[in-house]
Design a protein around this ligand. Structure first.
Ligand code: B3K
Ligand code: ZN
Length: 883
């Protein structure tokens, strides 16, 4: 067997090795001569020695896939002996303390399939520079602590590229002769190279404006392909709401006179916060009720907000180095979560965020790629745009918010901006600002930045009737993670209440405290490995409601019985704790049925609770839908060792059938009531919530297995006037092999064949069907005329959906799912390493499965690693995955 060593391309970078840049760059003048074949980029950098950066005379520049045309230092052409190129580094020798360097490079955007740097998407030029894409445009110190003022001139064919955009303000336009034109943009705010952006294309523009609190008018523009203008209203609205919210809640105003969003069809992720010129995956710009679901609407709004909020948390104050990524990402996710909570339902949002953390982050944190939210080393930074950095990072900010309270947190934010506006800083600087503004000691809390892994809390409550005390014993367990065997006890905020038999909160009087001021719920600071909290004046045995509001990103072992969990599921006034009690109960029922092969999964008493929820008109429908959703197959797999994907699928299906049959009448009645509740194009929170519940109800009815339920779904599919209705019907039918499913899918395909974003949904439905034979269908779909390995959205819709959204087929006992994935990773790696690397994770979770699956998954990882010329991206994850 051929042996290949991919290691040389995969070099480890360590936080401990950070050194400040030797030279700073004050201004960058960029000129893009955009032409078919080769684009010439001329960069003029004005730089000077960094007073805190040592005395070396060599200027280190990064560059990748560039053809160097010329280098001119202070007007003198630099000869071959004046610089060295080694790999992706250009070292320029004998650089004086102040200099002007002109770098001319040639690049080929048309051939750039990695979609980093300058590339082409559907006939337009666009850029993606975070994290290290700028080095694919020109030689530059491509690191976030080098902040410069950019002036950008773009020149291109006037007919094909009438729109020329870059960061900041437009300062000049003109005719460049020979049918070409140019535009010059100037961004007055110093920024790191990763926030640079440029676009050239033939695009339609939707304009609006926003008046800031201080009375400035900001022009808002969304650029999309011609013909898509009518699909931008929700994006524009979301942008305006975000701008208002950031002023109201954080006192943060937008700082330029122009804010632009450009929609791009080929994009590696969701969107990018480039200064003044956000570039978005078109999936998160274009929406109307006919083509986008309510879920799409919500995600779009959240992403627009997230990118907009980055203007302050990320752009004005940026990261010193990429180890600090969570400084901007965790904080900005926290901000977008708060925005969504304020716009919609706080309880439902909290549940959704907790669900995401459990489904995606906990598995990462317990697997071979676990890392702290501030990692200490990496090979490829693109591999660190993870749920840990983003979502766990946001949970860490949320804990600070809860520890300090809203007011002090706001003061901490103000101090953070006062100290660091215009700087590139560390997570530590953020924590210090919070600490200094509030006086709260965050010493022990800082471990959340450096320790990886999900802490576990083991809790037990005992009641002493004669002493009238209730004692809560808490133990924290910190499982070992790669590179971290022993850990220090952390500060874990544990929000809790004690409920009496009627479900009311009892006063919580800790020993030594005053009875009069005892609160109904409180946050305990768990700081020791083992700790006891004694509550006084507790007459009757209480039921503890724990981890309310998901007060910390931990796994809770509550020690509660099934009856107690059911009680909380019915009575807890805290939405998260109520939902969580139900999930925990269901997990127990489902897993015990999975292990003993039982036919009936749910207890009769649980069905009573379900019946109650189905007929409770006071419950917010979106929340009722959360309560009644069973834990997903991958979440269940997390709690079963070894995980048995077939058994999990079987019992989950059986439980759904039970619910569908047992509650058929109630479900039917509810379906009819909800069907009349709102117009299909009513996009209010209430209407969307009502449709979420209706989709769940339809799913259960079809799961019941009766023909009339299938007919109902088929009717909904064919009569649907909105994408939400249509997808709900297709999803309900997707797990059943029946003519209704086949017909509905075919009709959907024919109707939407030419609408790429909708066709993606069809690919995903096909890939996520749990029916046997799905893998062969997915393989056949790789040959579908509309499938394209070069379009990330399509790859995610088909391959991504299969490997992450179809556990039972992906984990097929014969290993076919694994080798399919290995083939696709190898194929994609040659085109787009980032997209290939994003698919690796499921194979790295082999430890959770039985021996046969373990062996097959490892074999696939080894096969991938044997590929010659494998990217550092995939090499890093596969190597870690093999452990
Ligand atoms: N900052 C970008 C993500 C860049 C990913 C680079 N691989 C989008 C965001 O988090 O807002
Ligand atoms: Zn972000």
């Amino acid at each position: 067997m051929e042996r290949v060593d991919n290691a040389p391309r995969a070099k480890v970078k360590n936080l401990a090795d950070y050194t400040p840049p030797t030279f700073l760059i004050d201004t960058v003048d960029l000129d893009f001569d955009l032409r078919d074949g080769e684009t010439i980029v001329t960069a003029v950098l004005k730089g000077r020695r960094n007073p805190g950066g040592g005395s070396a005379g060599t200027l280190e520049l990064d560059g990748q896939d560039l053809r160097l045309v010329s280098l001119t230092l202070n007007g003198v052409s630099v000869g071959a002996d004046g610089y060295e190129i080694a790999g992706d580094r250009l070292s320029l020798k004998a650089v004086p303390d102040a200099f002007t360097l002109e770098v001319v490079t040639a690049i080929v955007p048309e051939k750039n399939t990695a979609l980093e740097g300058l590339y082409m998407s559907e006939g337009m030029y666009c850029t993606q520079c975070e994290a290290e894409g700028f080095r694919r445009i020109t030689y530059f110190p491509d690191r976030p602590d080098v902040m410069a003022v950019y002036t950008t001139r773009l020149e291109a064919d006037a007919a094909r590229f009438p729109v020329l955009l870059s960061n900041g303000n437009l300062t000049e336009t003109g005719d460049a002769g020979e049918g070409r034109h140019f535009a010059v943009w100037h961004d007055p705010f110093p920024k790191p190279s990763y926030l640079f952006a440029a676009v050239a294309g033939d695009l339609a523009c939707i304009s609006d404006s926003f008046r800031t609190t201080s009375g400035r008018d900001v022009a808002l523009r969304i650029y999309v392909e011609h013909g898509n203008e009518h699909l931008c209203a929700h994006t524009m609205d979301s942008l305006k709401r975000s701008m208002r919210w950031d002023e109201d809640v954080f006192g943060l105003e937008y700082d330029l006179d122009l804010f632009m969003i450009v929609a791009v069809g080929h994009f590696n992720m969701g969107a990018m916060e480039n200064k003044g010129l956000n570039i978005f995956n078109s999936k998160f710009v274009l929406a109307d009720p006919e083509t986008a679901t309510d879920g799409d609407y919500e995600r779009l709004e959240g992403i627009v907000a997230h990118e907009y909020f980055h203007n302050w948390t990320g752009n004005r104050v940026t990261c010193r180095d990429w180890f600090q990524l969570s400084l901007k990402e965790g904080l900005t996710v926290f901000r977008d979560q708060e925005f969504t909570s304020d716009m919609h339902s706080r309880g439902v949002k909290r549940v959704a965020d907790a669900r995401l953390l459990r489904a995606a982050q906990f598995p990462e944190d317990s697997g071979p790629t676990a890392h702290p939210i501030r990692p200490e080393s990496y090979v490829e930074i693109n591999n660190f745009y993870t749920v840990t950095i983003y979502e766990k990072g946001a949970e860490v900010i949320r804990m600070i918010y809860n520890l300090l309270g809203a007011e002090s947190f706001r003061q901490g934010m103000d101090l953070y901006f006062e100290r660091h506006d215009g700087q590139a800083v560390r997570c530590e600087d953020f924590v210090a600002a919070m600490e200094d503004a509030s006086g709260v000691d965050l010493g022990q809390f800082r471990l959340w930045y450096s320790q990886s892994g999900t802490p576990e809390l083991e809790v037990s409550l005992s009641h002493d009737a004669s002493a009238k005390t209730a004692t809560l014993k808490v133990r924290q367990i910190l499982p070992p993670t790669p590179g971290q065997r022993d850990k220090k006890p952390m500060l874990i905020p544990l929000s809790m209440a004690l409920l009496d038999p009627a479900g009311r909160e009892m006063p919580l009087q800790l020993r030594g405290e005053n009875a009069e001021t005892a609160p109904a719920s409180r946050v305990l600071s768990v700081i020791e490995q083992e700790q006891e909290f004694v509550f006084e004046n507790v007459e009757t045995p209480p039921i503890p409601s724990l981890l309310r509001g998901f007060s910390a990103p931990v796994k809770l072992h509550s020690g509660l019985s099934g009856d107690e969990e059911r009680f909380l599921f019915q009575h807890d006034s805290d939405p998260f704790a109520r939902w969580d009690a139900g999930q925990s109960y269901l997990t127990r029922m489902l897993l015990s049925a999975a292990m003993d092969g039982r036919e009936t999964v749910l207890e009769a008493t649980f069905h009573d609770a379900v019946a109650e929820i189905l007929r409770d008109p006071s419950l917010e429908p979106a929340f009722a839908a959360e309560l009644l959703t069973l834990p997903g197959e991958s979440v269940l797999a997390e709690s079963m060792r070894p995980a048995d994907p077939d058994a999990i699928h079987r019992v989950r299906r059986a439980a759904r059938k039970e619910i569908g049959l047992k509650h058929a009448d109630a479900l039917q009645a509810l379906y009819e009531r909800l069907a009349k509740a709102y117009a299909a194009d009513d996009m209010s929170t209430a209407a969307m919530g009502s449709r979420a519940l209706k989709a769940l109800v339809l799913g259960y009815l079809v799961a019941g297995g009766e023909a009339d339920a299938r007919a109902l779904a088929a009717r909904q599919a064919s009569e649907a006037v909105s994408m939400t209705e249509s997808m709900a019907a297709l999803q309900a039918l997707n797990g059943t092999d029946c003519p209704e499913r086949t017909a509905a899918l075919a009709a959907f395909h024919d109707r939407w064949e030419n609408a790429p974003l909708v066709l993606d949904k069809w690919f995903s439905l096909r890939a996520m069907s749990s029916l046997p034979g799905t893998l062969s269908e997915v393989e056949a779909l790789l040959q579908h005329p509309k499938f394209d390995f070069g379009t990330p959205n399509r790859v995610r819709a088909l391959i991504g959906a299969f490997v992450s959204g179809n556990p039972v087929q992906f984990h097929a006992a014969d290993g076919s799912g694994y080798s399919f994935l290995a083939d696709q990773i190898i194929k994609l790696d040659g085109l787009n390493p980032q997209i290939a690397a994003r698919l690796v994770a499921p194979l790295t979770r082999w430890k959770k499965y039985d021996e046969a699956r373990q062996r097959m998954m490892r074999e696939c990882l080894e096969r991938i690693l044997r590929q010659p010329g494998l990217s550092p991206d995939v090499t890093e994850l596969v190597t870690k995955g093999l452990g």
